[in-house]
Design a protein around this ligand. Sequence first.
Ligand code: SF4
Ligand code: SF4
Length: 216
Amino acid sequence: MYGKGIMRGLSVTLKHFFQTYVDDLRYGWRKYSPKEDNFEMRQGMAAQGAFTVQYPDEKLAVPERFRFVPFLVVNEDDHPEAPGKDWCTSCGICAKVCPPQCIWIVRSEDPNTGRPIPEPEAFFIDIDICMNCGFCAEFCPFDAIKMDHDYELASYDRTTSHIHDKDHLSKPTSYWNRIAPTRAAEEAEARGGWEHIDVIKERKKAEKAAAKAAKK
Ligand code: SF4
Ligand code: SF4
């Protein structure tokens, strides 16, 4: 039984060994060129064989479903109607479901009426406590919190630099679309468009009202 497992392991090593030469024949010298356009053949998900990655100058591509710490989705800075607007409505669901309770949210308030506004005034995640489970992203009803691919977060500071605030956490929609194109497209299809779900709902409501008015 043990012998079988060892043979299977060795066959994987052997497969990678030969795949290195297959990729060499396929790409030639381009695979080892320091130019950036060889990323897919050398470090991309389709790369095969055994090779040395010169980390940190080079990095292996991570799969789309890779998850590290969460980030918040916000509109682009050049969005025509609401530049930089948070997708988060500060509903608090992510903070409730977070197993180690490392999310803090302060909801915005209207300065005149004191009534709550559905957007966060402050949002903090302690990434030293976050266990990268992805529950917050799974449960968010507004697609506003996502798991990032950026895993280089080490620092010499053990105090506040690992408590990410709203500025640090906020990344534009284009970033999410770039790191997770398949999931972003699936989510947009489920929402009915690429915008925030509330914007899509408002637009549909306005279209219905316009159609009703036109019938009269
Ligand atoms: S990130 Fe999502 S779940 Fe968390 S408070 Fe904002 S809208 Fe709610
Ligand atoms: S990934 Fe998990 S542990 Fe980290 S903030 Fe989200 S729910 Fe909490």
